[in-house]
Design a protein around this ligand. Structure first.
Ligand SMILES: NC(=O)c1ccc[n+]([C@@H]2O[C@H](COP(=O)([O-])OP(=O)(O)OC[C@H]3O[C@@H](n4cnc5c(N)ncnc54)[C@H](OP(=O)(O)O)[C@@H]3O)[C@@H](O)[C@H]2O)c1
Length: 267
């Protein structure tokens, strides 16, 4: 039995889809009631104990309201007590790098360390920006307004969430990826403006960008991560997707074509 946390989110929903297609038994976790799922909250240890009961492997997605490893640690504690064998954690590219006197992705790094120290088997997935982040700007795009470019002229191998999920499923359903850290990237390095230009071509409507700097209202950890990416820290692509999945990583343009309808729909 596989436990899929973050099952209603961007990556977890693809993991749910792929496991369903393959007929692999799994339990989807949400703070809401899901048909056939388990209702649990990282902040509620009793609910986590129910979620991990009889589970062999966990797909771990944490989006804590403040950037700490508390949710990772809570899951590790429950998983150890229940005899779970493996955790596949969705982390982020660059976690542990130093930038501007601070640690990039410090909370993900702390979560990774807690998992490593647990004695359980693990795989860490460290993607760069998801192609789907452009859906955050759907309303602006529909209104013909420019979308904020936080990363300047820096390039990233922006990844299709479906590819991250497919690698997660490979790690969850076999042991070939135990003890591995994968920077699960897309195939090509693109600036934010490159992505907007591709989207503009696919949607056949203007997708402008406006240079923006983050600082106000965001946790320092998030500002550090964006600064690191803006300075070019994430400007590399890996062959992990083709090596693990036996097919090319999907391009931003392929993702955009698949989501044309979503950009037309009401947000
Ligand atoms: N976006 C990017 O470009 C990017 C790039 C690299 C790495 N990442 C990492 O990817 C992760 C986010 O993944 P995602 O985008 O797939 O997530 P997401 O779409 O933001 O969804 C978050 C999920 O977490 C669940 N959740 C939130 N709080 C919870 C709690 N207290 N207890 C239990 N479940 C809770 C939500 O479930 P319910 O609401 O149903 O309970 C939801 O399914 C983050 O760790 C981020 O750092 C993101």
């Amino acid at each position: 039995m596989i436990l899929v946390t973050g099952a209603t989110g961007t990556i977890g929903s693809h993991v749910v889809r792929l496991l369903t297609e393959r007929g692999v038994p799994f339990r989807a976790m949400s703070r809401r009631e899901l048909p056939g799922g388990v209702r649990a909250d990282f902040d509620d240890p009793a609910s986590l104990a129910r979620a991990v009961a009889d589970v062999d492997a966990v797909f771990l997605v944490t989006v804590p309201p403040v950037p700490t490893a508390d949710h990772d640690v809570a899951l590790v504690t429950a998983a150890r007590a229940a005899g779970v064998r493996k955790i596949v954690k969705l982390s982020a590219i660059g976690s542990g790098e130093r930038f501007d006197g601070a640690t990039v992705g410090a909370w993900h790094l702390a979560g990774e360390k807690a998992i490593e120290a647990s004695g359980l088997a693990w795989t860490m997935l460290r993607p760069p920006s998801f192609a789907s982040n452009f859906l955050w700007y759907r309303t602006a795009i529909q209104a013909g307004e420019p979308v904020p470019n936080l990363t300047g002229d820096s390039r990233q191998a922006v990844v299709d969430p479906g590819d991250v999920a497919a690698v997660a499923v490979a790690a969850l359903t076999g042991d070939a990826h135990d003890g591995q850290r994968y920077d699960v990237t897309g195939p090509e390095l693109l600036t934010f403006a490159d992505q907007a230009a591709i989207l503009e071509r696919v949607l056949e409507r203007p997708v402008g960008t406006i240079d923006a700097h983050v600082s106000d209202g965001l946790p320092a950890e998030v500002v550090t991560g964006i600064g690191w990416a803006r300075a070019g820290g994430a400007a590399y692509a890996t062959d992990h997707v083709p090596r693990i999945l036996g097919r090319p990583a999907r391009t931003f343009e392929q993702w955009a074509r698949d989501h044309r309808e979503a950009f037309a729909a009401a947000p």
